[in-house]
Design a binder for this molecule. Structure first.
Ligand code: PAF
Length: 276
């Protein structure tokens, strides 16, 4: 496994792979990332992973400085998984002095996370575009847990004619339903015990839909009531949105994205399911 920190070294190494799957990450890897890595290897014959905690997607009041990092552990996991290439640059390699450009993706980046985290998706889109240009993957792999991120990256890749496939892997969950996330490490034991209510709320909405409920507000009400059973969990938003535009709907239908964000102490978690 080659561990590279410069753009020039990645460009030189890339030529050896006829096809290459890229899994962009911010490190502190978990089973969700590793499922994407396994898929990249099978589908492309070779896998690259980027590890970069991207400062431009964090607002000033967010968790950039305390974002969990463990490079030795990450590298050991990637080596064991048979990864070919790791790109782990310093911020100055990605954003050298004078760096000024950024990519705004438009309406799909505006609701939900975009409304609560101004500038977040411009930061994500810009760094992902840079990673695509640097690594030049055949396919790039992202997790469904960050559903809006996937929608933003798909839009960007289509709009800017980026020559690669954006592939989405299913959310990997703990046995009690909690979606795997690097941020789960922040949870206190009491918060960790309360956190599965998020998936129970989503799953309950999905079950209501399966039983014929089509009133989107009834699904939102169900999720708010489910989460209210855990006083340690504070709802940020619950949403039933059109799967393409991510705008709220009145009538729920197959393909709608049911999503939520909630705070447990200082930790903010997101999760979603797709109806039908
Ligand atoms: O999902 C993430 O970990 C990040 O948003 C990404 C895609 C690696 C960009 O920094």
């Amino acid at each position: 496994m080659q561990v590279l920190t410069t753009i020039a070294a990645v460009r030189a190494a890339r030529a050896a792979f006829p096809a290459l799957g890229l899994v962009p990450t911010m490190g502190f890897l978990h089973a969700g990332h590793m499922s994407l890595v396994a898929r990249a290897r099978v589908e492309c014959g070779a896998a690259a992973v980027s590890i970069f905690v991207n400062p431009t997607q964090f607002a000033a009041d967010e968790d950039l400085s305390r974002y969990p990092r463990d490079m030795p552990r990450d590298l050991a996991m990637l080596e064991a998984a048979g990864v070919d290439l790791v790109f782990a640059p310093d911020p100055a390699e990605v954003y050298p002095p004078g760096y000024a450009s950024r990519i705004e993706v438009g309406p799909v980046a505006e609701p939900l996370e975009g409304a609560r985290r101004p500038g977040h998706f411009a930061g994500v889109a810009t760094v992902v575009a840079k990673l695509f240009n640097i690594v030049q993957p055949t396919r790039a792999y992202f997790g469904q847990k960050d559903a809006q991120q996937v929608a933003v990256i798909r839009r960007m890749a289509r709009d800017l004619d980026m020559p690669l496939d954006v592939v989405v892997g299913a959310t990997v969950r703990e046995p009690d339903g909690l979606a795997m996330s690097s941020r789960n490490v922040y949870l206190s034991p009491a918060e960790r015990a309360a956190a599965p209510v998020l998936y129970r709320a989503l799953d309950g909405a999905r079950a209501l839909f399966a039983r014929g409920e089509r009133d989107a507000e009834a699904l939102r009400r169900h999720m708010r009531a489910a989460i209210a059973t855990e006083p340690a969990v504070e709802v940020d938003y619950v949403s039933v949105a059109d799967g393409a535009s991510l705008r709220e709907v009145e009538r729920a239908g197959a393909g709608c994205l049911v999503s939520l964000a909630a705070r447990l102490g200082r930790t903010r978690l997101i999760d979603n399911v797709v109806l039908g």
